[in-house]
Ligand binder design. Structure first.
Ligand code: PGA
Length: 253
């Protein structure tokens, strides 16, 4: 099987306005030079998707939105449609981030609808899953992840899985400076891949990229990326600093 292409994604969350966001994109672009084995994505806030897309137009950086609705238009106050993401220059959307699930009470069913809507419009979708510390301490991490996978991927065909990237983000590691060890992350990614094989088939499991997220930093990215089932990183805090994100993009094995 051909090696899965790595992806390093920067989730800017609710940070940056036009001037600093565009500057950050310019600075990040300096670290992206003709990669063949990896893709780089940035997900700025909705308000500056267009401007940042414009800034990176001549580069290889992909633009993604941090969420997406399942409808193309209509009475959905506060939402962004797949058509709007594409109109702003985006080709990717993140769904199911734990901040959406925990702070904004997004259910597995809602995440599933978002995922299907984005796929129907041709977006590449980053589908996030992750367990809380209590769930891990109680020995339920894999059961929780299996449940999120089963519900989140409900009704999504093996063919559509070509456009789905799974991001494993243990809630206890997000923004806490506490990273899963490379062994913990590898073990969990292997579980996720095995589960994908169970609900789909071996091919789907082998081709699906699984990113790790949760306090990925310049000093831990190489170790994480050296693991067999870790195909990339979804980066929050460190993506807001061009030097740090640049180093993460340029991980070495
Ligand atoms: P962090 O965030 O890198 O700041 O932990 C990761 C994420 O939420 O995607």
């Amino acid at each position: 099987m051909a090696k899965r292409k790595a992806m390093i994604a920067g989730n800017w969350k609710m940070h940056t306005t036009v001037v600093d966001g565009c500057q950050l994109a310019v600075d990040v672009a300096k670290f992206c030079t003709g990669f063949e084995d990896r893709e780089v994505l940035i997900a700025p806030p909705f308000t500056i998707l267009s401007e940042v897309s414009h800034v990176v137009k001549e580069t290889e950086i992909l633009i993604g939105s941090q969420n997406v609705c399942w409808e193309e238009k209509g009475a959905f106050t506060g939402e962004i449609s797949p058509a709007m993401v594409k109109d702003a220059g985006g080709t990717v959307a993140i769904v199911g981030h734990s901040e959406r699930r925990q702070i904004f009470a997004e259910s597995d069913d809602l995440v599933n609808r978002r995922l299907k809507g984005g796929l129907a419009s041709g977006l590449l979708m980053i589908f996030c899953i992750g367990e809380t510390l209590k769930e891990r301490d109680d020995g339920r991490a894999f059961a929780v992840l299996a449940d999120q996978l089963r519900k989140g991927l409900h009704g999504i065909s093996p063919k559509s899985m070509e456009k789905v990237v799974v991001a494993y983000e243990p809630v206890w590691a997000i923004g806490t400076g506490k990273t899963a060890t490379k062994e913990q992350a590898q073990e969990t990614h292997a579980f996720i891949r095995g589960f994908l094989e169970e609900i789909y088939e071996k091919n789907v499991a082998e081709q699906t990229r699984i990113l790790y997220g949760g306090s990925v930093k310049p000093d831990n990215v190489d170790a994480l990326m050296s693991q067999a089932d870790i195909d990339g990183a979804l980066v929050g805090g460190a993506a807001l600093d061009a030097e740090s994100f640049g180093r993460i993009i340029n991980f070495t094995l």
